[in-house]
Design a protein around this ligand. Structure first.
Ligand code: UT7
Length: 360
């Protein structure tokens, strides 16, 4: 039996910070509202392309696994904020890192993109079709934000993470996974005005809009993630007490608390970094996983429970058994181009544009 062990991990968070106080300078909101409703204190704003973050995260994950890019035979990239519709961004990453033996596939399932990718990559390794796979998840969501919408704009941030999975005889890696999609809620989280369903003749064509039913998503997120976690525990015959750490999608601190309570997992076993980055969609799990390792919260042989939820509405959970190694084999000096601007300075022209449109 073949398994797909996680042998490398890496994150790339852009340096420019956008705090709750920054949002208060152009939006009718408060630090008190954002902190108490979401747990978010600040988020990051990307100053370059999405692929730049994906390339850096990928290079750091490859270094941690001590692999050359040429050894990778598949790149799976989960995101909804790709550089362009064509070519796909996985191929841009492939070219930049020199992974000339890799097939390159984008996965657009929003926040669940990383776990969907880990599931697909793991099973392609298990069948013997591939042996070394790079799974990336991340988002440049500030690019698509409607800065006139306070109920959405305060929630999200930009970041990217990546893991390397490799064929292994050891029973490690993603041992069980349950993914799904609720079929009656496609418009509960929706970016409008971009895509071939929207008229090119509309004067607003280039302005993204958002449909976002926060409370509906909130309720469904807890229910679906709890269900999916129950399914993967049942598949493996494990009890929630066997889980050493949960690394869930980071959308809202209240969702994490409610999920943990429903599952019966104590707070100290739940990885939380939503206060630093907000919701980075497909980036949340690989970034949180990397930080859990950096903080030495994952030990050899640990059971790591992942849960995720996002637009679609897509959902999932996965149970990972960690291998023997919890430290990187090497480090990479790959980094983003320098950034002299604050988050607010990067966003200023975009905010002005949305404000002017609102006042038309
Ligand atoms: O990754 C995809 C998954 N996404 C999620 O899981 C997000 C799920 N949803 C949520 O996290 C929460 O529903 C929100 C954080 C989005 C909203 O929290 P809530 O407790 O459900 O607030 P609400 O929607 O009930 O809004 C309450 C009030 C409203 O005012 P009124 O009508 O009661 O006067 C809003 O207009 O809060 C107002 N409000 C704000 N006030 C200050 C909405 N956004 C803001 C804001 N600042 N940014």
């Amino acid at each position: 039996m073949q398994y797909a062990q996680i042998t490398g991990w890496g994150k790339c968070v852009p340096p420019a910070v956008l705090s709750n106080a920054d949002l208060m300078t152009f939006m009718d909101t408060s630090d008190e509202w954002i902190s108490s409703r979401t747990g978010i204190q600040e988020r990051r704003v990307c100053h370059c392309n999405f692929s730049d973050m994906a390339i850096v995260a990928a290079q750091r994950a490859l270094a941690a696994a001590n692999l050359a890019a040429s050894e990778i035979d598949l790149i799976l990239l989960g995101s909804l904020t790709m550089d362009s519709l064509c070519p796909n961004t996985a191929s841009i990453v492939q070219n930049a890192i020199g992974a000339h033996n890799a097939a390159s596939i984008d996965i657009n399932s929003a926040c669940t993109g990383f776990l969907y990718g880990l599931h697909i990559g793991t099973n392609l390794i298990k069948t013997g079709a591939h042996s070394k796979v790079l799974v990336i998840g991340g988002e440049f969501i500030s690019h698509y934000m409607d800065w006139a919408r306070r109920d959405v704009a305060v929630l999200f941030g930009d970041a990217c993470g990546a893991v390397v999975i490799e064929a292994s005889p050891e029973p490690t890696g993603l041992l069980a996974c349950k993914i799904g999609c609720e079929m009656d809620t496609t418009s509960a989280i929706q970016i409008t005005n971009l895509g071939s369903a929207y008229s090119r003749l509309d004067k607003d064509f280039v302005f993204n809009g958002w449909n976002f039913e926060g409370q509906e998503v909130f309720k469904r997120a807890i229910k679906a993630m709890a269900f999916a976690c129950g399914e993967v525990l049942a598949q493996t015959g494990l009890h929630i007490d066997d889980v050493n750490i949960m690394v869930p999608h980071q959308a809202n601190r209240r969702i994490l608390d409610a999920l943990a309570k429903r599952l019966g997992i104590p707070e100290h076993k739940v990885m939380v970094n939503v206060h630093k980055y907000g919701n980075t969609s497909a980036g949340t799990i690989p970034v949180a996983l990397t930080e859990a390792l950096e903080e030495e919260r994952i030990k050899p042989g640990d059971y790591v429970l992942m849960a995720t939820f996002g637009a679609g509405l897509t959902w999932g959970a996965g149970l990972v058994k960690w291998g023997e190694r919890v430290t990187p084999l090497a480090t990479s000096d790959a980094d983003l181009p320098p950034c002299e601007q604050t988050g607010l300075e990067i966003l200023a022209p975009h905010i002005a544009r949305y404000k002017a449109r609102q006042e038309e």
